[in-house]
Write a protein that binds this ligand. Structure first.
Ligand code: NAP
Length: 283
């Protein structure tokens, strides 16, 4: 059985990857309490001891606004930490899967971003994740870079949880209309990554759930599916939100390459959201 190491295994995506790969791979889930990826030697030694065939590197400093006040930390975890993981992969000849983001783009394109489009991050998180991509591309022989966006799932904090919490506490919300993207269920993304591995795909892939929406439309759908349509939602623009990090207006990623090469279709985000809410209601 192939050995797969998942970094960030206690995070939102790491949890689902652990489940999805668990049936057919020998999975080693590791997080910051096992080793801190910013510690060079510790990280390389720990990975070398495990001798994974594949490393799926999800560990990251993911607080997008926090990255603006902790610029060094962002680059140290998302850039330097990724370099350390890549270094171990190079030494072992292991394959590396790096999870990257729509935030490597500036969001000014009118259509969906393809893998060939030029990157141009507009915030520290995006720049630090792009630094991670560069380490993977230059250091690892066999790699996959998966760019995804707007994740939701059972672990971690995310938009769906925030909307439901605020709706229940406040009964009224204000949500931005001028940023579009594709919400992505961590379970669906984990299955897609599994398929990439099974089909031995290599290179950069854009993967999100299907269809697009604004954060405003997304919030409305979350409330409707949760029986909270009585909660009023105000439309606001990004400028009205005083956030430390700028966000791209257009986060839509073109999944064409992934779907053509694997023959696998990502379901529309609304279906995935319904599935997630039903599962959460049963827990
Ligand atoms: N969430 C999104 O919407 C989104 C969108 C696009 C791309 N991504 C990318 O997808 C990946 C997974 O995201 P996620 O939302 O699942 O992240 P997450 O829930 O924040 O999980 C990341 C995990 O990495 C751990 N970690 C942080 N710093 C570390 C360090 N120095 N050493 C070792 N582990 C460390 C975290 O531990 P602590 O919790 O203890 O810090 C956490 O368990 C990330 O690479 C992210 O950049 C996410």
């Amino acid at each position: 059985m192939e050995r797969v190491l998942i970094t960030g295994a206690k995070g939102m995506l790491g949890l689902e990857l652990t489940d999805v790969f668990g049936d057919s791979y020998d999975v080693y889930g590791r997080d910051i309490d096992d080793f801190d990826i910013t510690r060079d030697e510790e990280t390389v030694d720990a990975i070398i001891k495990i001798r994974p065939d594949v490393v799926i590197h999800t560990a990251a400093y993911t607080d997008v606004d926090g990255c603006e006040s902790h610029i060094e930390l962002a680059h140290s975890v998302n850039g330097g930490g990724t370099k350390n993981v890549a270094s171990a992969c190079r030494e072992l000849g292991s394959e590396m899967v790096y999870i990257s983001t729509d935030y490597v783009f500036d969001g000014t394109k009118s259509g969906a971003y393809s893998e060939e489009d030029s990157t141009c991050p507009i915030n520290t998180y995006g720049r630090s994740k792009l630094e991670g991509e560069r380490w993977v591309r230059t250091m690892v022989g066999q790699f996959v870079i998966v760019r995804t966006a707007w994740l939701f799932g059972r672990g971690g904090d995310h938009f769906v949880k925030t909307i439901l919490k605020l709706a229940r506490e406040k009964g009224a919300l204000s949500v931005v209309t001028d940023q579009v993207g594709s919400p992505t269920y961590a379970v669906d993304l984990s299955r897609a990554i599994y398929i990439l591995m099974e089909k031995k795909c290599r290179g950069i892939y854009h993967i999100t759930n299907g269809k697009t929406c604004s954060w405003y439309e997304y919030a409305q759908e979350i409330l409707a599916m949760s029986g909270l349509d009585n909660v009023s939602v105000d439309q606001i623009s990004s400028d009205q939100l005083d956030r430390a990090a700028k966000r791209p207006r257009n986060s839509v990623l073109d999944r064409g390459k992934f779907e053509r090469e694997t023959g696998y279709r990502m379901r529309p985000w609304r279906e995935a959201l319904r599935d997630y809410l039903e599962r959460e209601a049963k827990r």
